[in-house]
Design a protein around this ligand. Structure first.
Ligand SMILES: [Zn+2]
Length: 411
């Protein structure tokens, strides 16, 4: 049978698996997998369910747990399930087991941990982030199994812990302790970001720099400003002066959207409690997303210099403290086989031309890229991750599963 015929059979089979997709979402949603950093029990219950399910399908499943005394069972599971192919080289789909807490329950229309089906919408915590990637990849494998099709490459499903709180007990741990699992020849798909029209194949990420700027002056009565040093006025001037960063680091990289570095003042801590007091202490934060061609150290140094010079005009001092500093990993080549395989599959399934692109946010794929493992991040998103009433579309589950099956079937 030709691979095109196999694909149309698999595609049809996936349509028939809709009910199973809903049921799997229901099972996953009901198993609370909030990590200990977010005061949850960890991923143990969900992983045990999945291990049982996949073993029942006849897959070999391995667990590489990271010790974590805070989690139920004392460890954070990292599962790898194998569907043997005709060849030993691999195609991977990595999804994560953990979810973020539901947040304010009043903002939910129903229990976050009970799946609600509303037309094409499947609603519940985790349905999009990251059950969508998990269910679509598992069901793509299930369709091959049901039809008795052996894929050319061996398929590896990695189901990891701790993505939402740093991946130290998840992918980072797996890569450190089991580096032999992955090779630069493998195709690695991470279905954890994308666009609503399915055309964004994420291959690069900007460097991330979060800074806290603390300005110290002199508090006094607002009727006698000369007695004090107004840190809010100084902060306003500092914020305006920092606009110069756009010129100083003025690269344009069409791989990214937006194609330039961004430097945004964001959070501002409360200062004085009343109108007639001049503040003597102000704290605000900068969120910088910097193109990989620039050195974060240089950006940080310039921010310090500009802030200090500007604040000094008002007799105010500034300290600049890093909150997060993440130098971007080397980009995945837009011509890499995994990217091109996804582009072909998206064309076939969605009828659209996908585009390899960089984004401003960070994903777990950075851990692969730091090790020069070419990972592509892709899924069809609904932009409801981390929100109340999180949902995914059943139609996206089916079609994303088809895209993955198309990649699995490529020679
Ligand atoms: Zn996620």
């Amino acid at each position: 049978m030709k691979s095109i015929e196999k694909f149309s059979q698999v595609s049809e089979r996936l349509e028939q698996l809709k009910e199973e997709m809903i049921n799997l979402q229901r099972e996953l949603v009901s198993r609370v997998a909030v990590g200990p950093d977010n005061d949850g029990p960890g991923e143990g219950e969900k992983a045990a369910f999945l291990e049982n399910l996949l073993t029942g399908w006849g897959l070999k499943v391995e667990n590489y747990p990271a010790p974590d005394p805070r989690a139920a069972g004392g460890e954070r599971p990292n599962l790898v399930a194998w569907l043997p192919g005709k060849r030993p080289d691999k195609v991977w789909v990595l999804s994560h087991l953990d979810v973020v807490p539901p947040g304010d329950l009043d903002l939910w229309d129903s229990d976050p941990y009970t799946l609600r089906v509303e037309g094409d919408r499947l609603i519940g915590r985790g349905t999009e982030d990251n059950h969508q990637g998990m269910v679509s990849s598992l069901m793509a494998v299930k369709a091959l199994l049901d039809l008795g099709i052996t894929p050319p490459r061996t398929v590896g499903l990695a189901l990891v812990a701790d993505e939402e709180t740093g991946s130290h007990k998840g992918l980072e741990f797996l890569l450190k302790t089991q580096p032999q699992l992955f090779s630069a020849q493998d195709l690695i798909i991470v279905p954890d970001a994308g666009s609503e029209d399915s055309t964004l194949v994420e291959v690069a990420e900007k460097s991330v720099l979060w800074l806290r700027l603390t300005l110290l002056g002199q508090q006094c009565h607002a009727s006698r400003p000369l007695l004090g040093k107004n840190t809010l006025r100084a902060a306003a001037h500092v914020i305006v002066a920092l606009e110069a960063l756009h010129q100083e680091f003025a690269g344009h990289n069409p791989l990214f959207d937006p194609p330039e570095s961004t430097f945004e003042p964001t959070q501002k801590e409360a200062n004085v409690g009343n109108i007639n007091t001049i503040p003597g202490r102000d704290v605000f934060y900068l969120d910088c997303r910097v193109l990989p061609e620039f050195d974060l150290g240089q950006v940080r140094t310039r921010i310090k210099t500009i802030a200090r010079k500007t604040a000094a005009k008002f007799g105010v001092t500034v300290t600049v403290d890093p909150v997060q500093e993440l130098e971007s990993a080397p980009a995945t080549d837009p011509e890499a086989p995994v990217v091109q395989a996804l582009v072909r599959a998206i064309r076939e399934v969605y009828g659209r031309e996908a585009k390899p692109q960089g984004i401003g946010g960070g994903t777990v794929a950075a851990f692969f890229r730091q090790r020069r493992l070419p990972a592509a991040v892709w899924m069809t998103v609904s932009h409801s991750a981390h929100q109340p009433n999180e949902f995914c579309l059943l139609s996206n589950l089916v079609n994303d599963a088809r895209v993955m099956a198309h990649v699995f079937l490529e020679e």
